[in-house]
Design a protein around this ligand. Structure first.
Ligand code: H79
Length: 613
């Protein structure tokens, strides 16, 4: 049952539970994918501005609004989750929320300082919330009184200051604009108050004409060149509105890019699901991952889950290596200052990023569609950059089937030579020991090849040195299905798990292509979840004539169910299966098939293969 359909259904039920009083019929029909515009993966990357977008790679996202001043607290109670949703979470009445603007006084905001921080972080664009779902304009809008200049004690147009600072520092500027949801606007999507008498869903048109069109016009008229306009949650909004926005943006600033969450299948590039870093290269031309420095998008006093500088660098590299761009969010406090930890992690990661900019900016995706156990690869023509996240034990790193000869290998940090051998298809680099060396957060090995890499064998490489995890995303399936399981640990903070499930019969099979660099014994373990009715299922994991038979157990589910609405979150079990002999090096297939199926079988998340020594 834990499939996408079920999840859509649960998202729908969730929406009904939380929102029943204010949802229109159209809104009730949407699922999460649609709400995020995620199913729109067919976009053609033709806009000329995609040139800078695909070269720059890295942008700053800023979530800042009245909710930042609340910091996750309403009436003395803390609401855990994505902070910008506090109006929804705490069910704050519209008038009270609007009156709260009196408390917004961002006298610590320093536009120049912010732009300098983004620069130090290695970012090339800033995209800031001009209006989030709360409906509050963080700019001086003439068509609403719910603005920073009219509803707060503060009277400066900070978006103007930010625009000027960006201009002065050579930083691109973009605006986030919630075009569909507007919780304080009587005709807006998901209005949180009582709809006016005689309301029909068609009245969305009034909101759209009187607020969205004029405000987007203001944003694209009064703030100089706008690189990007970032729309969000189009779900339920008829396609014509998206089309009108496209026309408006193109008419006002033809160079301005539009993300896919404009809805209706429009947009110049694809925004993947929030915080989603793809394991396998997405089959789209231009895309981005949006992510946060901690968990919440907007400032929340308790949220200390800061990504480390190294984690930020790794996430950027993984996105660039899959061909995408990365936009990382910070949430300023209500007074406009930034949490110290955000400044620190951005500055420290920025030092690495700028020092290794050659391997990031303007770089192309890895010639392999997936990463490696030790790290990941970016390229520029005949140059290959190996980003070593995990320094290999014994200092040896192996890659097979590059389809080119290595001419030179060196460390990017100091251009020191790296020893290598290339026998047949296997390249072996000797990085040496890391002991006693002053190494950067991530060491990058630069390879110069005699021609651009030509990978004809994209199978996952089992290098015989490091443990490799074959994830569900990398498998092909027959009679079973890939599923994306999402859950929230705190409100609205979506986590993803991918697995193979819905095993239809004992003929079903999941297959991983593996390129085994060294024949021999491997220790195999699997990670899976299992509902009670699938417990006692029996399975065979095989590679050619060699196999291991095993039985699976109920994995139990997490108690977050009682705290958050939504489907139960099944726990994953990690179980060691035993030793598997792989007699032949080269291309092999690793397969999992049920031998005795109960229920729909397990949710298979991954298989770990480790040299048996
Ligand atoms: O701006 C950030 C989020 O506020 C915004 N997108 C990022 C960039 C966003 N808006 N909506 N969502 C993300 C999806 C959120 C859905 C949820 Fe819910 C809100 C899940 C739980 C609360 C809606 C209401 C769906 C179920 C209940």
């Amino acid at each position: 049952m834990k499939d996408t359909f079920y999840l859509r259904l649960s998202a729908l039920l969730m929406a009904l539970l939380l929102n029943a009083s204010t949802l229109s019929a159209v809104e009730k029909e949407q699922g999460m994918d649609e709400m995020w515009g995620e199913e729109k993966l067919s976009i053609q990357a033709t806009h000329p501005s995609l040139k800078w977008f695909t070269e720059d790679k890295y942008a700053m996202f800023i979530h800042w609004g009245l909710y930042s001043q609340m910091a996750g607290v309403w009436n003395g109670q803390t609401y855990y989750g994505i902070g910008e949703w506090i109006m929804h979470m705490a069910e704050i009445p519209v008038q009270e929320y609007m009156d709260y603007a009196k408390n917004f006084n961002p006298d610590q905001f320093d536009a120049v300082g912010l732009v300098k921080l983004a620069k130090a972080a290695g970012m090339k664009t800033i995209v800031i919330t001009a209006k989030h779902h709360e409906g509050f304009a963080m700019f001086d809008s003439q068509v609403s009184d719910f603005t920073i200049t009219k509803a707060t004690p503060y009277d400066r147009d900070l978006m103007k200051e930010l625009a000027d600072a960006c201009q002065a520092e050579g930083m691109r500027l973009g605006f986030y604009y919630s075009q569909n949801q507007d919780w304080t606007e009587p005709y807006g999507g998901k209005y949180k108050g009582e709809r006016p008498a005689g309301y029909t869903p068609d009245d969305f048109n009034i909101y759209f004409e009187q607020k969205v069109i004029p405000q987007v016009t203001e944003l694209l008229t009064n703030y100089g060149p706008i690189a990007l306009i970032w729309f969000d949650t189009p779900g339920g909004m008829p396609k014509e509105y998206s089309a009108r926005l496209v026309d408006l943006v193109q008419g006002l600033q033809p160079d301005c890019l539009i993300n896919s969450r404009i809805g209706g299948g429009y947009g110049d590039y694809v925004s993947l699901g929030d915080m989603q870093i793809p394991i396998v290269r997405p089959k789209v031309d231009a895309w981005e991952t949006v992510d946060t420095t901690n968990d919440s998008w907007s400032y929340a006093w308790y949220d200390q889950n800061w990504k480390s500088p190294k984690a930020i660098c790794e996430r950027l590299v993984r996105v660039v290596a899959r061909g995408g761009s990365y936009m990382l969010n910070v949430g300023p406090k209500g007074d406009g200052s930034l949490p110290e930890q955000a400044v620190e992690s951005l500055t420290k990661s920025g030092e690495w990023i700028r020092a290794h900019g050659e391997a990031i900016y303007g770089a192309d995706a890895s010639p392999f569609d997936q990463g490696f156990s030790w790290g990941d690869i970016t390229t520029k023509g005949q140059e290959l950059y190996l980003h070593v996240f995990e320094w290999p034990q014994a200092g040896v790193l192996r890659i097979a089937d590059l389809g080119a000869k290595v001419v030179q290998a060196s460390l990017l940090q100091d251009a020191s030579a790296v020893d290598f051998t290339q026998d047949g298809s296997i390249l072996e680099l000797n990085l040496g020991s890391k002991v006693g060396r002053d190494l950067p957060l991530i060491s990058v090995v630069k390879l110069i090849l005699d021609q651009p890499a030509q990978v004809t064998n994209p199978a996952t490489q089992i290098d015989g040195l490091t443990p490799v995890t074959l994830l569900a995303e990398m498998a092909t399936t027959e009679g079973c299905k890939h599923s994306d399981y999402r859950w929230m640990e705190k409100f609205g903070e979506w986590k993803h798990d991918y697995f193979i499930g819905r095993w239809g019969s004992e003929d079903a099979v999941a297959t991983w292509d593996i390129n085994v660099l060294e024949a021999g014994d491997y220790l195999v373990s699997i990670e899976y979840s299992s509902e009670n009715d699938a417990a006692g299922s029996e399975w065979v994991l095989s590679c050619g004539d060699e196999s291991i038979t095993f039985v699976t157990f109920e994995s139990g589910f997490d108690s977050t169910k009682s705290f958050q609405p939504g489907p139960p979150r099944y726990r994953n079990l990690s179980v060691s299966l035993g030793v598997l002999n792989i007699p032949n090096a080269g291309l092999n297939q690793l397969q999992v098939t049920p031998r005795l199926l109960k229920g729909k079988g397990i949710g298979l998340k991954g298989i770990r293969i480790e040299p048996y020594r």
